[in-house]
Design a protein. Sequence first.
Length: 84
Amino acid sequence: MKDVIVYSADWCPFCTRAKALLTSREIPFEEINVDRVPGFREKLVEMTGRMTVPQIMVDGEPVGGFDEIAALDRNGELLALVQD
């Protein structure tokens, strides 16, 4: 599997949904809580072009948030995206 990172926040329901979707598909991921790292939101914008959470990265490439991975899952593309 490729490296999957979920940038999240505790208060974010879409973060919870994104993590639940990945878990249900048995896709391992690393979670980084942006609210616990001072100044990390600015770095998130540099990496993804977005300040909102969740932001999901696959092998260092931004994929988007929950809506994007849910669409990939519905289209049968999510597992193919994360497999080596």
